[in-house]
Design a protein around this ligand. Sequence first.
Ligand code: MG
Length: 161
Amino acid sequence: MAEELRIGIGTDTHRLERGLKLILGGVEVPSETGAVGHSDADALTHAVTDALLGALAAGDIGAHFSDQDPRWKDADSLKFLSHAMTIAGGEGYEVANVDSTIELERPKLREHVDRMRKNLATALGIGIERVSVKAKTGEGVDSVGTGAAVKVTAIVLLRQR
Ligand code: MG
C-alpha cells in the first residue's frame, strides 16, 4: 500500500545563448538569450519533473527521456511532466502542491508566471492554486548573475489519493 505522503526535489540548469528560445513552464518568454538543450530546454518543467520522479524514487528525467534519444529532440517538456504524473497516478498518488524558484538575471518573469503555473497545473492534473513559481535574479554574480545560465529548484509533495 502506498505511503500517505512523499516529497521530492529537482534542480535544473541550462546554459543561455543568443538566438535560442527561452521556454519556462511551457511559456516562450521574449528574451535576448535562450536555453541550450536537446528538448525545448525548459528548465522549470525539467526541475518539476525531476522533483516528481524523485518523490516516487523513480530515477531522474534523463533515465526516462534520454538526451541521446532523437524522439526527444526539441520535445515539449510538458509531455515529460505528464508522463511522470501518469507514473505517480499509477502508484496511487496525486500532487498536493509544487513550489519552485527560477533564477534568471533577465528578463523579469513576473508577467509570465501565472501562465507557467497554469501549464504545470494542467500537466499535473491539479488546480493552479497548488502550483507556486517564484523568480529571482543572481544579483550580477555567478553563472545566473552574469546571464550565462538559468537555474531552477523545485519541490513536489505527493499524497495518497
Ligand atoms: Mg534540463
